[in-house]
Design a protein around this ligand. Structure first.
Ligand code: ATP
Length: 287
């Protein structure tokens, strides 16, 4: 028995950091949506009572540190599953990039194994389990477009943004989210307006969405990696309707309404950065 499950990347349309909590986590408020750049998780049920994992790219752990392995292990332990599974990850999403690559692999593994192991759990139940693995996993379990609060695990689903193209650009360094949180000066943050972003999305107002893009972590990442700011300015110069860094970076994306403009930005960046992806916004929820 085998399933191939699509695991799409997310981008932040907004990311706000509100305060630091007593448990050490930061309280966030972010609008997130999914894009058509996805890993593919191949799940094969095995009679042997063990989880094995393999990844087609060297720089992702192919052991119990992998978030997809953790997801399978959590389900197996919690529901006393006596079967095993082999997980093979076709990795297309850049790693440590602000695109929730690991979280979406974990979420896809939860969805796929729920089906293959006949566990009969709802997406809400899978999302609650996912929160034990990472703050972005609940969003990735559902997909779609949502406001995420708390550590990122409390979701409010909202309308799908109007169709558009996204040019994702991943500069050649990885960023550790933990390091960026450590750099944040809460009193100096540039806060996005979540309410106005949600209103623009509900109204399918593309221009409004572009003007409300905002990420309170940008300045901290730019201070360590000035190339990311340089890249953002360059993308604006090539005619992007809106540009923002996703998560704690370093991926920067451009929103554009027509494909020819997306191609222009892509061509303009050739030779400057290696990893450029022109994709569509998905924004629809998993079933
Ligand atoms: P976020 O946007 O949630 O902060 P990210 O996109 O910045 O995440 P990831 O690509 O999820 O970062 O990788 C973060 C770390 O998780 C890396 O150090 C990587 O080694 C580890 N990791 C574990 N499992 C995976 C996986 N399946 N895919 C990618 N990275 C993984």
């Amino acid at each position: 028995m085998q399933r191939i499950v699509k695991a799409p990347a997310k981008i932040n349309l907004t990311l706000d950091v509100l305060n630091k909590r007593n448990d050490g986590y930061h309280e966030v408020e972010m609008v997130m949506t999914t894009v058509d750049l996805a890993d593919r998780i191949h799940l094969t049920v095995k009679d042997k009572n063990a989880i094995t994992i393999d990844v087609d790219k060297g720089f992702v752990p192919s052991n119990e540190q992998n978030l997809a392995y953790k997801a399978a292990n959590l389900l197996k332990k919690r529901f006393n599953v006596k079967k095993g599974v082999h997980i093979f990850i076709e990795k297309n999403i850049p790693v440590s990039a602000g695109l929730a690559g690991g979280s979406t692999d974990a979420a896809a593994t939860l969805r796929g194994l729920n089906d293959l192991w006949n566990l009969g759990l709802s997406l809400d139940e899978l999302a609650d389990l996912g929160a034990e693995i990472g703050s972005d996993v609940p969003f990735c379990v559902h997909g779609g477009t949502a406001i995420a609060r708390g550590r990122g695990e409390k979701l409010e689903h909202i309308a799908t943004p109007p169709p558009c193209w996204i040019v994702l650009v991943k500069p050649p360094m990885g960023v550790s989210t933990k390091d960026i949180y450590g750099k944040l000066k809460l009193e100096d943050l540039q806060h996005p307006n979540t309410e106005k972003m949600v209103q623009a999305i509900e109204e399918k107002n593309f221009k409004g969405i572009c003007s409300e893009l905002g990420n309170a972590m940008e300045d901290a990442t730019f201070s360590i990696h000035p190339q990311v700011l340089h890249l953002k300015n360059r993308m604006k110069g090539f005619g992007a309707d809106g540009v923002l860094m996703s998560g704690s970076g370093p991926t920067v994306y451009a929103l554009v309404q027509n494909q020819s403009r997306a191609d222009r930005i892509n061509n303009g960046l050739k030779g400057f950065v290696d990893q450029v992806f022109v994709v569509r916004l998905l924004g629809t929820r998993h079933e």
